[in-house]
Ligand binder design. Structure first.
Ligand code: KIV
Ligand code: ZN
Length: 516
């Protein structure tokens, strides 16, 4: 019988560390809910010592998400381990994950300590974590560039100190599959107490080998894989959840493993993470890219009609890609919209449906057919603009031309419900709109990225604008969708400002609550 591989998802920790990801606390909670639905075994919810807001968010996740194990990351220092303990105090299944650099390169240039001192620190830290939680994971960071004999000694000591999972990270994505498999195999033959722990792997994708390395590891004894949805994460990202899970499922004949993942939730999870992080998915991305199940060449199409197995090794339905039988339009009623949204995996409440339906009819008046991608954009837009205590964009008007001075007027309601109107000129209509908004929402920030994409083909397509702003040393994403590019841009800016303000307010309230 196929043996189960534990899926440890670190989208909310390593994934959130990606440059520019910047998730708000309620987005993290929503992703955690979706990860629970997806059936991951472990959710690494954050790095509590990194900020009071991070600690509070992990706490909040543990209070609501009860099925998976919730892990919190900590460096091998007492303060970090205590912060992880505090964050996990209400968890149904807590895990403290301690890590320390082990390679000579890191010890010399980063930690500036000797291997023996570092080993003592690791042992003391695992022992400290063990006082707070039975479930302790230990990671020697940069393991793939560490002397193998030293890894064996360190891993043995960590298990003796109480570690129940030993994670072997390929921190810089340096390993290649055969070599990595050898390392994992050698851990089993050279660490005498290894049967007291689960061996895990955490592969980065700098050479595009993260998924292949993870699979090689399970063929050599690892039983936990650490992954991120859409493969996000530090630099080139982590092993991608959907790739690893679907490889295990599709090649069960060869590999002989299974996971507890409900693969029909993959598409939905991928969209949610992409939507919240603002990281769009490349069309040819395995499993979740737009083209992953599209067949363009005539020969392929012909064969697919005769027998899908000719060019399809897994079905789109198996990863939750909705069938494309229904295209909505002006004549479609509320029931058709509700049905399609539910087929797409959206649970929209009755109250929200009133607004989404109005937005849908507005769009259907402008566009001949409303596709799934349009519907996804509509629901995302609704989710972004209906949070409490935020600035709401009520009206945008912009004038541009050549020759002309681009001018814009905006009306915005503040969190107290007070309306403000402002007009400004700029180098173009978007700049004018941003200047006008900045006169009302006076929070210091710098625009670092502005990107427009068409949601669908055709001139009547909705524009999906993604921006990133920097404020207080952090990057915040903002998104907006509309058939009018200037309106979409204005929405994206207000969305980003709302996130920046929410994080600021949350940090202040967490500090107030803790009496610091
Ligand atoms: O890449 C890495 O080594 C990590 C550790 C904290 C596990 O993310
Ligand atoms: Zn990592």
């Amino acid at each position: 019988m196929a043996e189960k591989i534990t899926i440890f998802d670190t989208t909310l920790r390593d994934g959130e560390q990606s440059a520019g990801a910047g998730l708000s606390w309620d987005e993290k909670l929503e992703i955690a809910r979706q990860l629970e639905r997806l059936g991951v075994d472990v959710i690494e919810a954050g790095f509590p010592a990194s900020s009071p807001g991070n600690l509070a968010t992990v706490q909040q996740i543990t209070r609501e998400i009860r099925s998976p194990v919730i892990a919190a990351l900590a460096r091998c220092v007492p303060g970090d381990i205590d912060a992880a303990r505090d964050a996990l105090k209400d968890a149904a299944k807590p895990r403290i994950h301690v890590f320390i650099s082990s390679s000579d390169i890191h010890l010399t240039h980063q930690l500036r300590t000797s291997p023996e001192e570092m080993m003592d620190q690791a042992i003391q830290s695992v022992e400290r974590a063990k006082q707070y939680s039975d479930d302790v994971e230990f990671s020697p960071m940069d393991a793939t560039r560490t002397d193998w004999d030293f890894i064996y000694r360190l891993v043995k000591a960590a298990i003796d100190a109480g570690a129940t999972t030993i994670n072997i990270p390929d921190t810089v994505g340096y390993a290649v599959p055969e070599e990595f498999g050898e390392l994992i195999k050698s851990v089993f033959t050279n660490v005498p107490n290894i049967n007291k722990a689960v061996v895990s792997v955490h592969c980065h994708n700098d050479l595009g080998l993260a998924s292949a390395n993870s699979l090689s590891a399970i063929q050599n004894g690892a039983r936990q894989i650490e992954v991120c949805v859409n493969g996000i994460g530090e630099r080139a990202g982590n092993a991608s959840l959907e790739e690893v899970v679907m490889a295990i499922k599709t090649r069960e004949d060869l590999l002989g493993f299974k996971t507890g993942i409900d693969t029909k939730q993959i598409h939905r999870t991928s969209r949610l993470v992409s939507d919240f992080t603002g990281f769009t998915i490349q069309p040819n991305k395995a499993i979740v890219g737009l083209n992953a199940f599209r067949h363009e060449s005539g020969i392929h199409q012909d064969a697919m009609i005769k027998a899908p197995i000719t060019f399809e090794i897994m079905t789109p339905e198996s990863v939750g890609v909705p069938g494309s039988s229904l295209v909505l339009g002006r004549q479609s009623g509320r029931h058709a919209l509700e049905t399609r949204l539910s087929e797409l995996g959206y649970e929209v409440s009755k109250e929200d449906m009133v607004r989404v339906y109005t937005a849908f009819t507005d769009l259907a008046d402008k566009k001949e057919s409303v596709t799934d991608r349009d519907l996804e954009a509509l629901v995302s837009e609704d989710r972004r603009t209906t949070k409490e205590e935020q600035y709401v964009l009520e009206h945008v008007q912009a004038l541009s031309g050549a020759p002309a001075v681009p001018t814009a007027t905006v009306r915005i309601t503040d969190p107290e419900g007070k309306e403000h109107t402002s007009s400004s000129v700029g180098t173009g209509p978007v700049d004018a709109v941003y200047q006008a908004i900045s006169e009302i929402v006076t929070v210091s920030n710098r625009l670092v990225e502005y990107r427009v994409e068409a949601v669908t083909e055709g001139l009547d397509s909705m524009a999906d604008v993604t921006i990133r702003i920097e404020g207080d040393g952090t990057t915040y994403v903002g998104r907006g969708a509309d058939t009018d590019i200037v309106v979409a841009s204005a929405r994206a800016y207000v969305d980003a400002l709302n996130r920046l303000i929410a994080v600021k307010n949350r940090a202040t309230s967490v500090i107030k609550d803790s009496g610091k």
